[in-house]
Write a protein that binds this ligand. Structure first.
Ligand code: HEM
Length: 449
């Protein structure tokens, strides 16, 4: 047989195998009855391509809008939007391993409300440093890149929290650190690699989740103490998981406030009326800012820092019920934050930024909002361990910024969020530059610019 004939036969065989595989997925596969775009249901390639382009969460939202609250987004994967699905997919009793549970147990001590209050001094130190350095920088150049500043602050703070060592992004006057650049690049790389890993890894996927990489090694050990390499590795995980997420959320909130000057005015009034002096703004006093807390919730809804879906594999023998429907064993299931939060069945006027919907006594049009679907930190044994810390950070930093500065977009015509692409845990690829102005008369003590 000649070379060309061999190539032709191999190509034909490959084509037939590929078509048969796609046909099997559409007609015989256990998930065949679930609705979804045929190309996605037949092959994972479409999912992988959308993922690499950073467009997957947006495409999954379009699919939900077309096919409903449960969509087949890959041959063996379903995406859900119902609030009940959170517990079924991620809740207590879902897959985790002993080593991971051990790590959680050890690290939980660092994240109790008491422990978080402990480094209150640390939180204030970095919030004040951000304000101080931003004032100096804005004095020289009024247009400032707020995404960069928030990332510097969160990176320094989380570095101190995790390693006991700052990265000096802030006190060097706003200079990035190569580790921060690496973190941002790493997210993109992980996103590109994760679907490919999923193709080959199957069940191992669970172990590739955050901390999982380390827990695999720890499986052999019994002791409830971390050795130095473990401490180092987990500190790194904390920096990655805890800095860019909170930084992204803070960038988002300032952007959406600038886009909605009425909301900005209202929240600024609340903060400035509540505190006469900067020293009154503390990790505990900010909890009373009801409207600001609603602004943060609404930002997490329209702009979740981890807008992605974090898949879990159904491991119960024979399958299990998810949001009232039966899902076969070995199916990958997820809730895409971006899709669930923008889905019309869950929220009225889902595309609009309306903090009032989160207030006690919200306007009647939001009475059917399914607020419990908002779980930006996830739930269950692998949910965010830093949730409590993140809330304190976001509230404290935002209150300080609103009290000290006025903001407006350097270029109000730009639609920053529409150009974003979503990678594994980050959406802030490119940030808008924000204008920072002199403070209002209401705070003469801080009009130093
Ligand atoms: C707005 C801020 C934050 C958001 C939206 C967020 C979101 C998340 C999400 C969705 C997960 C679950 C990932 C999964 O299930 O695979 C997670 C896990 C995690 N987060 Fe956060 N996070 C935030 C802030 C923080 C902070 C401040 C810290 C700590 C300094 C932190 C530390 C972690 C760790 C260590 C995990 C892994 C937990 C485990 O595997 O058991 N996060 N986070």
């Amino acid at each position: 047989m000649g070379f060309l004939e061999t190539v032709a036969i191999l190509t034909a065989t490959w084509l037939i195998a590929t078509l048969t595989y796609g046909l099997y997925n559409l007609t015989l596969h256990p998930l065949r009855r679930y609705p979804g775009p045929p190309l996605y249901a037949a092959y994972r390639l479409s999912y992988v391509i959308a993922n690499i382009r950073g467009k997957l969460p947006f495409e999954v939202l379009d699919m939900h809008r077309k096919y409903g609250p449960v969509v087949r987004i890959a041959p063996n994967e379903l995406a859900f939007t119902e609030p009940a699905a959170w517990n079924d997919i991620y809740g207590p009793g879902t897959a985790t391993d002993a080593a991971h549970a051990r790590l959680r147990r050890i690290y939980r001590q660092a994240f109790t409300p008491k422990a978080i209050e402990g480094p209150g001094g640390m939180l204030l130190k970095y919030a004040d440093l951000l304000v101080e350095q931003l004032k100096v920088s804005a004095g020289r150049e009024p247009v400032q890149d707020m995404s960069a500043w928030f990332n510097y602050a969160m990176f320094d703070l989380t570095g101190d929290f995790s390693f006991g060592e700052t990265f000096h992004c802030l006190d060097s006057g706003g200079k990035s650190h190569f580790s921060l650049d690496t973190v941002l690049e790493r997210y993109k790389l992980l996103t590109i690699l994760s679907p490919l890993l999923a193709l080959f890894a199957g069940d191992e996927l669970k172990k590739a989740e955050m901390m999982g990489r380390y827990t695999k090694e720890l499986n052999k050990k019994k002791e409830d103490q971390l050795n130095n390499p473990e401490l180092y590795e987990n500190a790194l995980t904390l920096v990655v998981a805890g800095s860019e997420t909170t930084g992204t959320l803070l960038s988002g909130v300032v952007y959406f406030l600038c886009k909605h000057p009425d909301v900005l005015e209202k929240v600024q009034e609340e903060v400035r009326a509540a505190f006469k002096r900067d020293e009154e703004i503390t990790p505990t006093s900010v909890n009373g800012l009801e409207y600001m807390v609603a602004v943060l919730s609404e930002t997490m809804r329209v702009f979740p820092p981890a807008g992605f879906g974090f898949p879990r594999i159904i491991s119960s023998k024979g399958g299990q019920s998810v949001a009232g429907g039966w899902v076969p064993e070995q199916t990958r299931c997820s809730i895409f934050h971006h899709a669930a939060y923008r889905y019309e069945d869950n929220f009225a006027r889902p595309e609009d930024f309306i903090p009032e919907r989160w207030l006690v006594g919200a306007p009647a049009e939001f009475k059917d909002d399914k607020k419990e679907v908002l779980q930006p930190f996830m739930v269950g044994p692998r949910g965010c361990i830093g949730k409590g810390l993140a809330y304190v950070e976001m509230r404290l930093f935002l209150a300080k910024m609103l009290w000290h500065f006025d903001f407006e977009l350097a270029d109000p015509t730009q639609q920053w969020h529409e150009r974003l692409r979503a990678y594994l845990a980050s959406t802030a690829i490119k940030c808008e530059r924000l204008q920072q102005r002199q403070c209002e008369q209401s705070n003469p003590a801080v009009c130093t610019l």
